[in-house]
Design a protein around this ligand. Structure first.
Ligand SMILES: Cc1cc2nc3c(=O)[nH]c(=O)nc-3n(C[C@H](O)[C@H](O)[C@H](O)COP(=O)(O)O)c2cc1C
Length: 350
């Protein structure tokens, strides 16, 4: 079993800093720091402020001594729902404003990308690629000037680790008001792999455009969203189970896991398949991948495992934001599972 050791290590994660460098912080993940861009979903009166210093829900209250000279708008303590707000606000953005990322924002992104953890301790290395300079594009994206790409070693759980780390960056970008879209298929994969200098022992499952969303969604994007039913998700009870796969879990019965599971439910997935299944038993959430043919290739790996990594990310960040301390485990509980469902990982809430 690998979980216990790595879980202990996992508490020593870098503070997700927006100040340009990552610092090791012996505590839970939190988005924290100075934001030179307003959160686009904040109330109008806060939108005009040039700088926000925000403490996530796990950092109780605003500490003036730690941040001298800063006057937060309205003494607002950032709400516990921070991650949940980001999860709810995110959507795939396929129309961008055509402008380069302002240098300050790019710097913040680069600082954040320097080290993005995942519970597998598998390194996921990120880079930003200028679209015009590198000749990069996607047939479904317009107005983009920048791409986010990442590589992961071709090892067991590499795809889940990639999904977790990449989605952490997606949520961070969301917090800066930037748009993203996971792209695993609709791209010229060879050009992107050459642009990042991918090695034979590595994979680049997905990339994403990164930039400010266009003021108006293009008609093509609107039609794509409609076609993929991108705005809808399957009901809670169809994805989450109580004790075993035979009993659907209701929101009312989910207790403290309701919000973290709701964060899973709202996650993005390839073709919006939502392949995650979670069995909640004895305080643990066991994550399974419901496999569908056609999502695996040698180059990209299994994109549905990437989806599961995204689900684990949403669950973990949301639970931490709510003050819980989920422990990551790789230990199959041995529950009877449908033939096409494969156990991947668990979080235990003590
Ligand atoms: C692993 C993965 C791969 C994806 N690949 C593509 C892609 O190649 N092209 C695309 O337009 N969207 C792609 N998507 C975006 C999904 O279609 C989108 O997340 C889903 O329809 C839900 O919509 P939403 O992200 O707006 O909530 C991908 C998503 C994930 C998670």
């Amino acid at each position: 079993m690998r979980g216990a050791g790595s879980a202990a290590h996992y508490t020593q994660i870098p503070l997700l800093s927006t100040t340009g460098f990552a610092r090791v912080h012996p505590g839970p993940i939190c988005l924290r720091g100075e934001y030179t861009m307003p959160f686009h979903f904040l109330q109008e009166k806060w939108r005009s402020a040039a700088v926000y210093r925000l403490d996530g829900g796990l950092f109780p209250g605003y500490n003036k001594e730690k941040a001298p000279g800063f006057d937060p708008p309205g003494e607002r303590r950032y709400p516990m729902e921070h991650i949940m707000e980001l999860v709810r606000a995110r959507r795939s953005v396929r129309s961008f404003d055509g402008q380069p990322l302002p240098p300050a924002l790019r710097e913040q992104m680069e600082g954040f990308l320097a080290q993005v953890p995942n519970p597998y301790d598998i390194p996921v290395r990120f880079c930003l690629l200028d679209a015009a300079e590198r000749g990069l594009s996607s047939p479904v994206i317009t107005g983009e000037t920048l791409y986010l790409a990442a590589r992961v070693p071709r090892v067991e759980h590499g795809e889940e680790a990639f999904g977790y780390s990449f989605e952490t960056v997606v949520l961070f970008a969301q917090s800066l008001g930037l748009g993203t879209t996971w792209i695993g298929g609709t791209m010229n994969r060879g050009s992107f792999e050459r642009a990042i200098g991918l090695k034979p022992e590595e994979r680049m499952p997905c990339v994403s455009p990164l930039g400010r969303p266009a003021a108006k969604m293009s008609l093509r994007e609107a039609l794509m969203r409609k076609g993929a039913k991108a705005d809808s998700r399957e009901p809670f009870e169809s994805r989450f189970f109580d004790g075993d796969f035979g009993k659907p879990l209701t929101e009312a019965a989910a207790g403290v896991l309701r919000e973290p599971l709701e964060a899973v439910r709202l996650a993005p997935s390839a073709v919006n398949r939502q392949p995650w299944r979670v069995v909640v038993k004895d305080g643990a959430a066991h994550f399974y991948e419901k496999r569908t043919k056609g999502f695996s290739s040698d180059a990209a790996g299994d994109l549905q495992k990437v989806d599961l990594g995204i689900a684990l990310c949403h669950f973990d960040l949301c639970a931490r934001d709510l003050g819980q301390r989920p422990r990551f485990l790789l230990e199959d509980p041995g529950l009877p599972a449908p033939q096409d469902c494969v156990y991947l990982a668990s979080f235990v809430l003590d």
